[in-house]
Design a protein. Structure first.
Length: 160
């Protein structure tokens, strides 16, 4: 069995708010993602992982290239592939909060699009998107029905 996993991480400024000087939402997300990637690397798993960030200062995703009016501040930091130490180093040491916000529905759309395009010709048994966000900013539900339809495929799951 082989899994394709998209880690969709909110790095917007709302993720760094920390009540009572506790660990921020982004800090907690980084810890969890780092452990997950470490486990995949050290178990020599054949699973594939992509890292999609939203709330970034840059925009780097194919849906924005098609429609310049949408999907801003969302970047595919690591496209689908076998997790490696470069990814782990980026997550642990270089993943920084952005100054912007992005709609989590748009981020889900970019993640689903990437997952579909990268797995349709591979023998993948499970496709998952795991989103890390504290929902600290407004979002639109314009694309929600289409996204939900995209998850109505066998072996496709989303976790928040």
């Amino acid at each position: 069995q082989q899994e394709a996993l998209v880690l969709c991480v909110d790095v917007g400024h709302g993720m760094v708010d920390s009540p009572n000087e506790e660990t921020t939402s982004l800090g907690l997300s980084i810890q969890i993602i780092s452990m997950l990637v470490q486990r995949k690397i050290f178990s020599q798993s054949k699973d594939e992982i992509a890292l999609v960030l939203f709330g970034t200062d840059e925009t780097a995703n194919p849906l924005h290239q098609v429609d310049n009016d949408s999907y801003h501040n969302i970047a595919i930091a690591f496209p689908m592939g076998t997790p490696n130490f470069d990814m782990l180093n980026f997550i642990s040491n270089q993943l920084k909060p952005g100054e912007n916000e992005a709609d989590f529905v748009d981020a889900l759309t970019v993640s689903l699009d990437h997952l579909y395009k990268e797995t349709r010709s591979k023998k993948i048994t499970t496709c998952r998107i795991v989103m890390f966000t504290n929902f600290s900013h407004a979002s639109s539900d314009d694309n929600l029905d289409g996204i939900i339809g995209g998850f109505n495929v066998d072996g496709m799951h989303v976790q928040l």
